[in-house]
Design a protein around this ligand. Structure first.
Ligand code: F6R
Ligand code: MG
Ligand code: MG
Length: 374
């Protein structure tokens, strides 16, 4: 068995919240090299999306392993020290715990992991997004694993025809449920259409419920900290081919950009724009939100790749559409649906404004009913 761990955190932005400084990437790569030499990791790669550092690692320690999470935590702490030295913006913003306590889950960094029996050929894609929220993967995961208009294999590949099992987490009440699709697709949609609360955590094959075929991060930083401390930009791992969605079916949902919550100040909706790794540098109004896709083949636990999947020219039109959608949203500025509903905003001046308004509101007088005269 081999475990794939994709762990990400924002430990300081360059410039503002827009990108990661190359020295942080260099530090993470150096530490991964050491960990491979020491036998802790089989392999690892470092990339960034916006102000988030993404580490994709393989090892034999299983999911939620102390040693691997501790390694990632220490790497983020070391990157924070560099971020502080360079006075980068928001240095250490996602490291919420005072000290590492066994697991980075709930401590701030986002984690997607899966332990699998490596197939003869094991293609998978790690997606990472910025200016976003964890439920941002609900729509593409639904399309990949439940929608025959996206995934032809659901209809014409006998190895996929039975469908998939979708595990959904409720981030507010901390509970989970399984949905067997296609039979329970409508029930599933009732929940995952509210991506701020219900998020797809894992997807399984129906005949092999022990090994996830997709795994996403689900943390919601504002809920962990009880206050706004940075956007919970998500990461996910999706396996492909041979009884699973083809690589092209895994990528297809990103050809039709959709709106996600998390643009400017975590308080605006914006189009999720697919882009190449070099272009994952949000700028306009701190965005628009970005998604990158890193394609890998596993070779005895080692990573062959990444290939920059969403940088391909076939996503050029999607980028143009996303930019048009961004124009539409920007036109309505501080009004919904550009601005999020009040309860979902990460920043608000409402309590202070409401206090200042005290005494200035007065009841609306009852108006006399309008009686039609004969
Ligand atoms: C959104 C995001 C940015 C910041 C914005 C203000 O997720 O990260 O849009 O919210 O740049 O940042 P501060 O309050 O740090 O000045
Ligand atoms: Mg940041
Ligand atoms: Mg970010």
């Amino acid at each position: 068995m081999v475990t794939i761990s994709a762990i990400k955190a924002d430990v300081g932005g360059f410039v503002g919240h827009g990108a990661v400084h190359p020295r942080l990437i260099g530090e993470a790569e150096r530490r991964i090299g050491e960990a491979i030499a020491q036998g802790l990791l089989l392999d690892g790669r470092v990339s960034s999306c916006g102000d988030d550092v993404n580490m994709v690692m393989t090892h034999h320690h299983g999911v939620d392993a102390d040693v691997v999470h501790h390694f990632a935590w220490d790497a983020f702490v070391a990157m924070t020290a560099i971020a502080k030295e360079l006075h980068l913006y928001g240095a250490g913003q996602d490291l919420l715990a005072e000290a590492f306590s066994g697991n980075v889950r709930g401590a701030g960094p986002g984690v997607a992991e899966m332990e699998i029996a490596e197939r003869v050929s094991e293609p998978f894609v790690v997606f990472a997004a910025d200016k976003c929220a964890p439920g941002a993967w609900n729509l593409p995961l639904y399309k990949m694993f439940c929608d025959p208009f996206n995934t032809a294999g659901l209809v014409i590949d006998s190895k996929m025809h039975a469908g998939f099992v979708i595990e959904v987490h409720d981030l507010i009440d901390r509970r989970r449920a399984l949905f067997h699709c296609p039979e329970q697709m409508y029930d599933l949609l009732v929940y995952i259409g509210t991506p701020g609360r219900f998020v797809v955590k894992h997807v399984f094959r129906r005949d092999d419920p022990d090994q996830p075929v997709a795994s996403s991060s689900t943390s919601r930083l504002s809920l962990i900290a009880g206050r706004y401390v940075g956007k919970d930009d998500p990461i996910m791992i999706v396996r492909a081919q041979n009884g699973l969605p083809a690589v092209g079916e895994v990528l297809e949902p990103f050809a039709a950009p959709y709106y996600v919550a998390g643009w400017m100040r975590g308080s605006h909706n914006g189009p999720l724009m697919p882009c190449g790794l070099q272009d994952a540098t949000p700028a306009r109004f701190d965005g628009p939100p970005r998604v990158v896709g890193m394609g890998f083949q596993l070779a005895d636990g080692c990573l062959v790749g990444p290939r920059d999947m969403l940088g391909d020219v076939s996503f050029d039109r999607a980028r143009g559409i996303a930019l048009e959608m961004a124009d539409h949203m920007r036109r309505t500025g501080p009004f919904e649906p550009s601005r999020l509903p009040a309860q979902d905003m990460e920043y608000t001046t409402m309590p202070a404004v409401a206090r200042a308004m005290e005494g200035r509101w007065e009841p609306i007088p009852d108006t006399a009913p309008i009686v039609a005269t004969p």
